[in-house]
Each structure stands twice: as C-alpha cells, then as structure tokens.
Design a protein around this ligand. Structure first.
Ligand SMILES: [Zn+2]
Length: 431
C-alpha cells in the first residue's frame, strides 16, 4: 500500500480495515484449499470430478455462517447471494476448477478474494449493503476434461452449445452429459442458468495474470482492458515428396521450407502492433521420414489481439505471406478456419474504476489486454458491464504446479478488489 490508500476511503465511508477485510485470511484459505485438493503434481480440481466436488463442499462450509443464500444454477454455477437494499446486483466471479496438475491460484484466488469482499460487505452494513452482492463460482471454466472452456459462464450468457457439447467425451470415453448428471446437473436445463442474469448490474473478476507483463513492469496489479479476439487456422502447404539423395537442391518443392518461412514471418506480422501475438504451435510433416523431402506440411496458426481491425489485418498479412512463400518454394497452400472469437472489450467506466482502485492500492496502474479467455468475457458478451483486475504472476507461469504470486501481492489484490467493489457499488447506485 502507499500513502494514497487511506485518502480515497472518505467517499467509501468505511476503510477496508474498519470493516474487517482480512487479506491474510485469503492467503491462508488458498493454502488450505491447496492442501485439500492438490498433490505433489499440483492442483487436481478438474471439473465434474470428486476432487472438484470436495473443493466445492469445502467452500460451502466457508459461507454457511454468513447471512447469505446459496444455490447451484442449472449449469452447476454456484451462487452465494447477500441481499442488499436494492435488488440490483454486483457479481464477483471466479472458478474453483483447475487443469490437471494445475496451480494453486488460477481461479481460486478470484473465488476466495471475492469471499473476503463478501464477508466485508456482510459485516459492514449490518448484513444489508446498498446493492445485492453475489459471488459466483463458475462451473468448468477450464474445459480441461472435455475440451469445452467457459461452460458454466456460457450457459449463463446464453452462448452455450448444448448439442455440440453433450456428446463430448473424456479420455476414458465418459460423456460430458453423463459426468454432469453424476454431479446432479442436466445439460438440457442449461438455458435456465440465464435467469441468473436478472438484476445483474456489474461483474468483477480478479485473476492472476498468467503472463510476464506485470512482473516485467514491476507492477503488482494491472487493469484488464478486455479479452483478445482469436483467429485460429489450419494451414497446409503442398509440395512434392521426393528422394532426399537424388533430388538436387534447386529442383525441390519442399513444403516444410514454405512453412518454416511463415513461422518466422509471423513475428514481424505481430510486432507491428503493440499487444498482438501470433503462434504456430503445431507443424506436422508428411511423409515425415529422414530420407524424403516434405511433400505436405500441416501447420496451425493462432492470432490474438484486442482490436478486431488488427486481428483482421494480421490474418490478411499471414495469408498473403503464406501464398508468397508457397510460390517461392514451388508449393501451393490452403487455409481452413479452426475457430475464432471476436475481441471482448470491458466496460470503459468500470475500467476507470479499476484503474483508480489499483492506483490507490499499489501506486501505479498499468492497462493491459488479456490473451487467455476468461468467464468475464462471456459475462461481458451477455451485455453486463464487466471488468477484470490482474495480479502479477511470478515468471509468467500458469497451468503448472509452479504457478505462484508473492503473498504480499495476493494481499494487495484482495484490498484492490475490495476497493473496486466499493466503487462499483457506488457506480451501480448512481446509474
Ligand atoms: Zn482461470
């Protein structure tokens, strides 16, 4: 904290400390959850498994003595509601599910920091804050077992895809629909989860950055502008398989050579724009043997940016470059879209409130886009004003047992989320 931290609280009437916010408790609870649901390889809270259910049961015990109502919606999202003077609601979101061998903070920091903020609201207003405060633990954010991320929040947003999802299977051949039913939820009831959008006035989500930007800037906290849009394509270069011994270098039509040129060219294509990224994550060669020139090369391209125009430009640039390299190498190239999603910018006024909260807590406030998708993107797509706050990740590593953040930064993030929640309650009351 810096000197500015105390001065802003006049308009909030109570300082966080007066109202019983205890950021150290959040860190202690994160460790408790790690001990309960992790092993030597990391967090094992994969959605729709027994360990995930155990984590949720543990969480229920944490809220049972608060003056709140709790229920699961039709998609398995867990809602904890503190009724306020107004029915208009501030939502605070996170996810206790993890990837297999995941980290201790991804998703659970959001949930447990939100719990601390909820406790503070319950204690500070004799259990009745000016607006309703709702904590949501989204079901299956990671999509780790069935390959479908943001499942619960997409049901809430009404962007779910029941027919495409029900038959998805895990490695053992178990269907998503059946794994859900075992936990007490029916995929056909998904549309009912949209009811939870009633009275939702704003959505806040704290998350670890999962990247190296804030650490590089020496900033504990950051303001998230939105989630980047994604263009994902399969690119196939066709050349000519030929013998590696008998074919002169000048006579080759090497599909890998064209792909390799593209793999390097995506760097300048991306770095023309400040926050854009392009990745060729997979390259397969055919026939793929030591004595043959590559006749066919299949590559994947993933491009991301917060600006739809930049995304479209990068796609055109990459496509044009691939055609040029194919010509140079005597090959042809074809493209097919694997998947895409538009950029989701967060709400400008909430971005400003988030910046104020971060600045008051940590001194500086860097604005950055999110490369990974988050539940907040689904909420924002459904028309609810939303914003996210990031806390620094050590080494930028996540989805790994070594994922970590300094404890002092975790504590700052709870304080900043609390300030942002206060500001947002006032914003909801004003608007
Ligand atoms: Zn997450």
């Amino acid at each position: 904290m810096n000197a500015g931290a105390a001065s802003s609280s006049a308009e909030n009437r109570f300082t966080s400390e007066e109202m019983g916010l205890d950021p150290k408790r959040t860190v202690a609870e994160l460790k408790e959850l790690r001990a309960l649901t992790g092993d030597e390889n990391g967090a094992q809270r994969v959605a729709w498994t027994d360990t995930w259910l155990k984590a949720r049961e543990w969480f229920l015990a944490k809220v049972k003595d608060l003056p709140v109502e709790q229920h699961y919606d039709a998609a398995g999202n867990n809602w904890v509601t503190l009724r306020g003077e107004s029915e208009r609601a501030l939502l605070l979101g996170g996810h206790v599910d993890s990837v297999p061998n995941g980290g201790w903070l991804d998703g659970s920091l959001n949930v447990l920091a939100a719990l601390e903020v909820l406790r503070r609201f319950a204690a500070g207003y004799a259990g009745r804050p000016p607006v309703t405060i709702r904590l949501v633990d989204w079901a299956d954010e990671e999509g780790a077992r069935f390959g479908r991320s943001l499942l619960g929040s997409s049901a809430f947003a009404g962007t779910h895809s029941i027919e495409a999802d029900r038959g998805r299977t895990d490695r053992e051949g178990i269907r998503l629909e059946d794994a859900m039913r075992r936990c007490g939820f029916a995929i056909d009831d998904f549309p009912e989860a949209q009811r939870e959008r009633r009275n939702a006035a704003a959505y806040l989500e704290l998350h670890i950055e999962q990247g190296p930007v804030l650490e590089g800037l020496n900033s504990p906290l950051g303001v998230v502008l939105g989630t980047k849009g994604v263009e994902r394509h399969a690119i196939t270069f066709h050349g000519q398989e030929a013998h590696s011994g008998s074919t002169p270098m000048s006579a080759r039509r090497d599909a890998l050579a064209a792909a390799a040129k593209l793999a390097l060219e995506i760097r300048p294509i991306a770095t023309k724009h400040p926050d854009a990224v392009c990745t060729i994550g997979s390259v397969k060669t055919f026939p793929g043997i030591v004595t043959a020139i590559v006749g066919r090369c299949e590559a994947t391209l993933d491009q991301r940016d917060l600006n739809a125009g930049v995304l479209a430009q990068m796609y055109r640039d990459a496509r044009e470059a691939s055609e040029r390299f194919a010509r140079e190498e005597g090959c042809t190239v074809e493209w097919s879209r694997i998947w895409s999603i538009e950029p989701v910018p967060f709400h400008p006024e909430l971005i400003q409130l988030c910046e104020d909260a971060v600045r008051e807590t940590a001194g500086s406030a860097h604005r950055l886009p999110s490369g990974p998708l988050h539940d907040a993107a689904e909420v924002a797509r459904s028309g609810i004003p939303a914003v996210m706050m990031f806390v620094q990740s050590l080494g930028g590593i996540s989805h790994n047992k070594i994922e970590d953040t300094k404890e002092e930064h975790l504590e700052l993030s709870v304080i900043a989320l609390d300030k942002l929640a206060n500001k947002t309650v006032e914003w909801i009351s004003r608007s």
